[in-house]
Structures are given as structure tokens and as C-alpha cells.
Design a protein around this ligand. Structure first.
Ligand SMILES: *Cc1c(COP(=O)(O)O)cnc(C)c1O
Length: 328
């Protein structure tokens, strides 16, 4: 299809594993639970941004750019994977991170530094305000900068998750399982929109359930509006325009707790449960919150025991070490 002609670089090892969580399934006594292991993409401790960055960096390199700029929170998994990907191709990487420099960098921030990225702290400025200035400054130095959006979430980044549905379709055939639902952490909307477009494109019937992570307003307003917008632009980019009704986009709002990156009992419980029953690490900010949401939905009887639920592990593992004191 059209996609074949789109520039892409290889940043990870695909397909990522997909397997059943037998002990967790038994423990919860509800539907069959499987996990898609995007924590094992292979790029710098893994994560869902690897798929998006394959297309974003492909586009940047195709345009002749040699410097990458992106932004996020100080513990951004997206920034860490972008820094690693840039290093793989010898591109200079500038990260614009929220707040001010901590005295003792750890977790993702420590890794950003190891990958040689140049870090700009926003201080008092709002998230993103400094990016255009940095872009102009780098240009005036004769560099060719390329801006990767927050979370890699635009139509180009979302392509990574369109492809992921094809990958899943092949794996589910091999395992001989029909998934009824896919549950995952949804924050800047690119993962969710890419999965929606993938289900259209590859004719894959499954219910997508995003678990909301972040209360913060997105450019389009609500997260549902952001996902709808991205679904339209991503499908156009692929050569077929498909709109989606806002009512068909599910992002569960009830698991936000005290807000982004604030660890509560629900996240602590899900992290411990996965570690103790499956030997699998999930993170406090994203995959742990999404897992807590899925566990709650199972306990409330939202699924039948015949359902096959796929939990898409989107990564985030390095932040465990930043949040150590919340997890002890
Ligand atoms: C970025 C991220 C998400 C959310 O993906 P979006 O495409 O931004 O919605 C989920 N989990 C982890 C670990 C992430 O880093």
C-alpha cells in the first residue's frame, strides 16, 4: 500500500512478543488476559514511542534534517527514546523539558544525558513555549532542525501504530485467539489514533479502550477530540480519509487519580501485582495506571470470562527508579 513508500528507519525489534498472563488471569478470575510487550521494543529500555519514531525520524532524515527537537516532562519516556534514536543516526538532539534541573538526575532524565542530548529547561515558561525559539536559534547556527511533537503524536508518528495492528493480526492468528478488547494508556493520542486507523485499514474488529492518564488539555481540547483529529489526518496521510464519531472513542476518565505522575494506591497495587504474579515490570505513570484501570474494570464485571483482553504494555519502565520512594 501507500505506506510502503513512506520513509521509515528501523529503531527496534519487531514484532514485539505477545503472550498470555496465565497467573494474573487466574488471580483475577475473569477474562483471559494477554499482553503485547512494547516494553520490549529494544530501543533504550523500550516503549511505545519506538514505533512512532521509526516514521518521524525517517521523515526527518528524508527531509535532510540533522538536528531533532522535542519536549516533554522531565521524566518523559518519549524524550528518552527520541534521544536514543537520534544517537543511533548521529543526529543532534535537543530536549525541552518542563521545570528546572533537578540536582540528582535519575530515571529517564539520567538516560537522556547518557544519550548525549542537550537539555533545555522551561523554568517558568509554559510547556512548549521555548521550542520555536530553539528551532530558530539552531537554524541560525546553520543546523537543519526537525521538531518532533509531544509524545510523537501527529499523523506521521501515529503510522507506527497503524502498522502495529497488522503485526497484532498476524500474531493473534498464530496464537489462535480473537481479542475482544485492547486496553492501553492513552495520553497524547497518537497511539490510540494509530490503532483506530489500523483497525480500519486491516479490517480488524476489536474494542479499543484507552485509559486516560493526564488531565491536561490537549491542543484540540479534550483527548477524544485530539484522537478524532489525529484519526482523520492519519487516515488521509495513508491515502483514505476516515472520520470517527467522538462517541466511538473510549478514553476512561476515572483513573486519573490525583493527576499526572502522582502515584496512588491503585498504581502501587497494580505494579506489585504484575511483579509478583508475572515477574513483569510496569511503570507508575502510564502502564501501571492503565493496568490498575483494567483490573478495576475486571473486578466490576465489565468483561465476560470468555473475553480475551489484550493489555498493550506501552513501556515506561525507567521511571520506576525515579518514583522509588512512592513504591516502597
Ligand atoms: C507516551 C506514553 C503513553 C501514551 O501514548 P500516547 O500515544 O501519548 O497516548 C503510554 N505509555 C507510556 C509508557 C508512554 O511513554
Amino acid at each position: 500500500m501507500h505506506q510502503k513508500q513512506l520513509p521509515k528507519v528501523n529503531l527496534g525489534f519487531f514484532p514485539t512478543p505477545l503472550h498470555k498472563l496465565k497467573r494474573l488471569t487466574e488471580k483475577l478470575g475473569g477474562p483471559h488476559i494477554y499482553m503485547k510487550r512494547d516494553d520490549l521494543t529494544g530501543l533504550a529500555i523500550g516503549g511505545n514511542k519506538t514505533r512512532k519514531l521509526e516514521f518521524l525520524l525517517g521523515h526527518a532524515i528524508d527531509q535532510g534534517c540533522n538536528t531533532i527537537i522535542t519536549g516533554g516532562a522531565s521524566q518523559s519516556n518519549h524524550c528518552r527514546q527520541t534521544a536514543a534514536a537520534a544517537a543511533m543516526f548521529g543526529l543532534e538532539c535537543h530536549l525541552v523539558l518542563g521545570g528546572s534541573e533537578p540536582s540528582d538526575p535519575d530515571g529517564n532524565l539520567l538516560l537522556d544525558k547518557l544519550f548525549g542530548s542537550k537539555i533545555h529547561w522551561t523554568g517558568e515558561f509554559r510547556k512548549g513555549e521555548k521550542i520555536p525559539d530553539i528551532f530558530m536559534e539552531l537554524k541560525s547556527e546553520g543546523k537543519k532542525p526537525y521538531i518532533v511533537p509531544y509524545g510523537g503524536s501527529n499523523d506521521i508518528g501515529a503510522l507506527g501504530f497503524v502498522n502495529a495492528i497488522l503485526e497484532l493480526k498476524v500474531q493473534s492468528r498464530e496464537l489462535d485467539v480473537d481479542f475482544s478488547h485492547i486496553v492501553f494508556a492513552s495520553s497524547s493520542g497518537g497511539t490510540h489514533a494509530g490503532l483506530i486507523v489500523g483497525t480500519y485499514m486491516f479490517d480488524y474488529a476489536v474494542q479499543l479502550i484507552g485509559i486516560g492518564i493526564d488531565k491536561e488539555e490537549l491542543p484540540a481540547g479534550s483527548i477524544e477530540k485530539q484522537i478524532a483529529l489525529l484519526t482523520g489526518t492519519t487516515s488521509s496521510y495513508m491515502g483514505f480519509k476516515r472520520e470517527i464519531d467522538l462517541d466511538h472513542i473510549i478514553v476512561r476518565p476515572e483513573y486519573l487519580g490525583e493527576g499526572y505522575g502522582i502515584i496512588g494506591d491503585a498504581e502501587r497495587e497494580s505494579i506489585k501485582l504484575l511483579a509478583e504474579t508475572e515477574g513483569i515490570l510496569i511503570d507508575p505513570v502510564y502502564s501501571g495506571r492503565a493496568m490498575a484501570g483494567m483490573i478495576d474494570m475486571i473486578r466490576k464485571g465489565e468483561f465476560t470470562n470468555n473475553d480475551n483482553i489484550l493489555f498493550w504494555h506501552t513501556g515506561g519502565t525507567p521511571s520506576i527508579f525515579h518514583y522509588a520512594s512512592d513504591l516502597k
